[in-house]
Every structure is written in C-alpha cells, then in structure tokens.
Design a protein around this ligand. Structure first.
Ligand code: UDX
Length: 430
C-alpha cells in the first residue's frame, strides 16, 4: 500500500484516484474547487464515466479514498503526490502550464520530508525540468524530493477500464528510490512498466496522441479520395487494418477528432517542436485536414438543401464521441453553429450530453428521443456514433421526417439499406 495524493479531480485525477484506491492504495484527492469537493464528499460525481460512481462509493466506504480542498493536508499525509491539473491551450497553441506551476509551488511549500512529485497532466517535453526547479526554489523546509513524469493514456467513456487494464505504464524518472515506489503503485495493475528519463516519458504522451490524430486524418483523407474515385473507405480501412503493422483502430473516417485532448495536444506538439527548432509540418497538415473535414460535411449539407435558411435540421449526437457527456471541442459544435448562423432551425438529441450542450448551444431545441429530433426535419445529421442510433427503426424515422434526407457524419448506416428504404443518404467516403 502506498499513500498517495492526487491534486486535481478532473477526468484524469478522479479516475486515477479511484483506481489507485481500488487496488488497495490510500488515496487523497485534492481540488481547489470547494463546490466540487463538497459534491464528491456528499457522494456525487461531477462527470459521467461508466463504472466510476460505483468505484468511488466503494472505496470511500472502505476508507481508502477521501476528498479535500487542502493541498498541504494531502502532501503531509502521503509519500507520492500526483499533479493532475488542466493544461489548457493558449491562443498561440502553446500549453498554459500555470496550474502545474502553482501546484508545484504549493506542494513544495508543504513538504516536511522526502516526497515524490509526479506529473500526470499532459505537458510538453522539458516541463519536468521546470517542475523540479520550481520545487527546489519553494522547498521551504529544504527536504529531499524526486520529480517524475507518468503520462495518462485513458480515453473518456472507458477511462476506468483503460486505467485498470493499461497496455503499458510509462514512468519517467531518474532516481532508483522513486522508481521503486512508482513500481509499487503500479504493480497491482499487472501491465508492462516502461521506465525512461523524464523528457522521453513526456514525449511518449504527445507522440502517441499525435500519432492517433494522424491516423484519423489519414483515414479522412483516404475517404476524400474514395469519394472522388467511387471507392468505399470502410473497405479500404478494413483492408489496411488487417495488416498487423497498421492495425484497424483509429482509422474511422468521419467528422474528425474533437475533445479535450487531440486538438490541444496536436497544437502543443507543433508548438514545442517549433520552439526546439523542428518544423512539424506533418502535424500541421493533420490539423488542417481535421478542420477541412467539417467544411466538407457542411458543403454536403448546403449542396443537399441548397438554401439552409428556415430549414428544420435534426441532429443525432452532440458529445465529441460516444459514451461521454463531454462537449469540449465537439465536432457537432462546428457543424451546428454555422448552420444556425445561416438561419437553420436545429433540434438535437444526445443520450448523455444534452445538459452540458445547453451551455454551448443555448439557441437550439433539444428533443426527448431520436425520432423527436427528426420530426418534420428537412435533413437529419449524424454527428456522434452512439450505439442506440445504429439500431433505430429506420422506417419509423423516415415516416416522421419532413423529407427523408440523412447526412451521416459517422458512417453508422448502411448506404444500400438507406437507399432501399427511400432515403436520400450521404455519408463519408462511401
Ligand atoms: C484520447 C486518447 O485516446 C487517450 O489515450 C488520451 O489519454 C486522451 O486523448 P479521448 O480524447 O478520450 O482520448 O478520445 P478518443 O477515443 O481517443 O477519441 C478522440 C476523437 O477522435 C473523438 O472525437 C473521436 O470521435 C475521434 N475518432 C477516433 C475518429 O474520428 N476516428 C477514429 O477512428 C477514432
């Protein structure tokens, strides 16, 4: 058992805290948002994530997990402190590291004996060096410490599962003492543990997310070539994916990647490469393809409807991907906002994200189910591939629509069947 504090109870911090407690560690989760801490202390969960609520409840009841807004309390009662605070993008694409720096200062000021400070937030390479300098500067009691990097690879929507069953654990650290402690934390997860220097560990995270974004943009570009040539992107990526060197994952063409990670990490990686004197033209192109994917979809909508003004448009799916209520940089926003501006009337349905979506899209109607979103519509757009959309009663869907036109941004329906049913159906790269 290791005594652990995690500063920051966002997606990464909260899920990590719960999973560490689940395998038997003693965990304190710290957040400076008093309201959030009060909610967690009262048994509430601020995000929707399958399996998380049960896991938090179970471990709080077992006395292995608790919440506080005091960083010193956390630091004094643990051996290892994880930093899991936001690292948002700045307007120029670089990473705002002010939250990481602030936590490093607070931790340093509260340390009265040897501690290991681990950065879990996604940060540009060389951040660990800065964290170490900061802790050294604010180390009031002049105690020994080690700094480590331990990037997180969890996906929203299956975060608990990803954390409990990782492909690998990456630990960037130089001292043997810290390596042994971090291995003790991760040993129960029974995954390969890769130990590197801090810079390499930080780079692994950016390199992974950027590579996955690259795969998606590659598939989207192939989809465009498919449309221009009459080929079918799903057959093409299936044929590619069976090659073990390539793999099928992250080759789904669609509206492109969104969310709080890929867009930000791609920009940050380009920026840090620039700073290091490396022109990352490859990733600039990946980002450009991702943006153009939305423009191409909007063109399909306009080509189909001709005039968008006063048209009733139904939208299925708002979250940036299925199984989450997260609306941050959701492709649906970039689809809906221009159409609203052009005078369309939008009625949308999402199984989980409608409450959060209201903050981003206050001027659209929200429907109680997919059929209500489609009712009377001139066109229905699919923006997120929730499973429940794949099994809709298509005959019923057609009967409620004003005009049976479906523009599928996530390739969830079979083009042949849609045609047989009498829909005007357009998708991506097919
Ligand atoms: C990602 C990484 O997968 C995870 O390892 C990291 O820790 C955080 O960033 P996440 O943002 O939760 O996780 O979502 P992910 O499942 O990776 O999807 C990202 C975006 O790519 C979504 O908008 C999704 O719709 C899109 N996507 C994914 C595609 O367009 N096509 C694909 O084939 C796969």
């Amino acid at each position: 058992m290791v005594k652990i504090t995690i500063v920051g109870t966002g997606y990464v911090g909260l899920v990590t805290g719960a999973c560490f407690a689940e395998v038997g560690h003693q965990v304190i989760c710290v957040d400076n948002d008093q309201k959030k801490v009060a909610m967690l202390q009262a048994g509430g969960i601020p995000i929707y994530e399958p399996g998380l609520e049960e896991m938090v409840k179970k471990n709080v009841a077992a006395g292995r997990l608790r919440f506080t807004s005091s960083t010193p309390e956390g630091v004094q009662n643990s051996e290892v402190i994880f930093i899991a605070v936001p690292t948002p993008p700045q307007p120029d694409g670089s990473t705002d590291l002010s939250f990481v720096e602030k936590v490093a200062r607070e931790v340093a000021g509260a340390m009265t004996e040897y501690k290991i400070v681990v950065d879990k937030s996604t940060v540009p390479v060389k951040t660990g060096e800065k964290v170490a300098e900061t802790i050294k500067r604010y180390n009031k009691h002049n105690v020994e410490f080690d700094v480590a990097s331990n990037p997180e690879f969890l996906r929203e929507g299956c975060a608990v599962d990803d954390l409990m069953h990782p492909d690998r654990v990456v630990v960037g650290v130089s001292s043997e003492r810290a390596v042994a402690k971090l291995k003790a934390i991760y040993e129960p997860f029974k995954a390969p543990i890769i130990v590197t220097d801090i810079n390499s560990s930080e780079l692994i995270k950016h390199a992974c997310n950027s590579f996955l974004a690259l795969k998606i943009s590659y598939a989207n570009l192939i989809a465009t070539i498919c449309e221009a040539s009459g080929a079918n992107v799903q057959d093409v990526v299936h044929g590619m994916g069976l090659d073990k060197r390539i793999g099928r994952a992250f080759l789904n063409a669609g509206l492109g990647y969104g969310g709080s990670c890929f867009p930000k990490d791609v920009s940050a990686f380009i920026h840090i490469a620039d700073q290091l004197g490396v022109d990352f033209g490859l990733m600039k192109e990946v980002a450009r393809i991702n943006t153009s994917q939305i423009q191409r979809f909007l063109k399909k909508v306009r080509d189909t409807l001709w005039i968008v003004k006063d048209k009733q448009i139904g939208v299925l799916g708002l979250a940036f991907k299925p199984n989450t209520d997260d609306m941050r940089l959701a492709p649906s926003l970039d689809v809906i906002r221009p159409l609203l501006k052009e005078g369309a009337k939008i009625r949308a349905y999402d199984p989980k994200a409608m409450e959060k979506a209201r903050e981003y899209l206050p001027d659209i109607e929200y429907a109680a189910d997919p059929y209500a979103a489609a009712a009377g519509a001139d066109a229905l757009l699919v923006c997120t591939e929730w499973d429940e959309f794949k099994t809709l009663d298509l005959a019923k869907l057609k009967s409620v629509m004003g005009h049976p036109t479906v523009l599928d941004g996530r390739n969830i329906f079979d083009p042949k069947r849609m045609k047989e049913l009498g829909f005007t159906y357009k998708s991506i790269g097919r």
